[in-house]
Write a protein that binds this ligand. Structure first.
Ligand SMILES: NC(=O)C1=CN([C@@H]2O[C@H](COP(=O)(O)OP(=O)(O)OC[C@H]3O[C@@H](n4cnc5c(N)ncnc54)[C@H](O)[C@@H]3O)[C@@H](O)[C@H]2O)[C@@H](O)CC1
Ligand SMILES: Nc1ncnc2c1ncn2[C@@H]1O[C@H](COP(=O)(O)OP(=O)(O)O)[C@@H](O)[C@H]1O
Ligand SMILES: [Mg+2]
Length: 289
């Protein structure tokens, strides 16, 4: 694919998407986001994703996780509700969410498989699903699950190693044509609203129309564990409040990296939790200029 097809992900798209909030609104207006993940080892991943979702404006945030994480989650983020991800109530939560993010810290054990299977089977056309981290690793063993999904929008957010596992393309060979063809192979012909966010120093975004977008922001200070979990939470929040459309995902990618760049100006590294804490101010500035 020629580089001329490439569009830049920059402040323009973020300003178009992040608009002032309507006065006639309530928490239900800005999305019910369900985040699923965080096993005993990786509770931090889902807590960081949840912190990002709340800080990026999700109206209602629920975290389905291992109960061992409840206290830490509530202590850090009382804005989020919590449920046991192995309980039957996960089905009700899945039914009432607008956006489902599955994967950060989920792990790859038998319970993780059951949860992934449930998410794939239950997602409806009015719901968006974001798959990140462990969910992508599981899907690389069962890519057929993707073809049967009925979700209205599907977003995959792999880093290059996760994309290598899912697509079979080695990191060195992850060129635009190969990536686009792999994305088409992963999904059945009828599906339209599929978005691949291939994370790297300059993240690229692909969809099934053949358009390719390249992020213009981001820096090495962001190379800290949890930074992808944070992007996944921001992405879910943006879809929840700005709608199931490509522009919401592009704006999430830009705002995540732009927040990282602003903090990197005076800081040697950027902690994911500090990036989340900065998001409301960045969004305010983008919405008023
Ligand atoms: N505090 C926590 O609880 C954290 C838990 N995490 C969870 O840990 C599990 C494993 O995920 P990981 O991503 O760590 O492990 P992976 O094994 O999927 O990927 C990490 C490996 O990929 C390599 N790599 C190559 N290109 C890369 C790129 N562009 N970006 C990132 N890595 C690249 C890295 O060097 C590293 O060796 C997931 O469930 C994840 O959500 C991580 O999110 C980190 C934070
Ligand atoms: N050197 C870098 N330049 C720009 N962005 C980076 C850099 N290193 C990491 N990032 C960003 O940080 C995020 C890392 O995601 P990921 O590897 O999934 O993290 P984790 O799984 O630890 O949460 C991606 O959005 C990536 O683009
Ligand atoms: Mg990750």
């Amino acid at each position: 694919m020629a580089a001329t097809n490439m569009k830049s992900i920059d402040e323009k798209i973020a300003r178009q998407v992040v608009r002032p909030r309507p006065a006639e609104s309530h928490k239900g207006t800005f999305g019910r986001v369900l985040l699923i993940g965080g096993n005993k080892q990786y509770g931090g991943a889902i807590i960081m994703a949840a912190e990002a979702a709340v800080s990026a404006g999700a109206g209602l945030t629920t975290v389905a996780t291992d109960p061992v994480n409840f206290t830490a989650l509530h202590a850090r983020l009382p804005e989020a509700a919590a449920i046991d991800y192995s309980a039957d109530s996960l089905k009700d939560q899945l039914a009432s969410a607008n956006v489902i993010l599955c994967g950060p810290g989920l792990g790859t054990d038998e319970l993780a498989w059951r949860i992934l299977d449930l998410v794939c089977r239950s997602a409806e056309p009015d719901q968006a699903v974001v798959f990140d981290a462990s969910a992508l690793d599981l899907l690389s063993q069962r890519p057929d699950l993707l073809k049967e999904m009925r979700a209205g929008e599907l977003v995959l957010t792999p880093h290059q190693m996760e994309w290598q596992r899912l697509s079979g393309i080695k990191i060195a060979d992850q060129g635009d044509r190969a990536n686009q063809e792999a994305l088409e192979r992963l999904f059945s012909a009828g599906m339209k609203n599929v978005i691949l966010v291939l994370k790297a120093h300059r993240t690229r975004v692909y969809d099934l129309t053949g358009e390719i977008y390249r992020n213009s922001a981001g820096n090495p200070g962001m190379a800290t564990g949890g930074m992808g979990d944070t992007l996944a939470g921001i992405t879910a929040a943006f879809i929840g409040q700005f709608g199931q459309r490509l522009s919401s995902v592009l704006a999430a990618v830009y705002c995540h990296s732009k927040a990282g760049d602003d903090l990197y100006e005076s800081s040697y590294l950027v902690r994911p939790t500090q990036l989340s804490a900065y998001m409301p101010r960045l969004m305010k500035r983008l919405s008023t200029c």
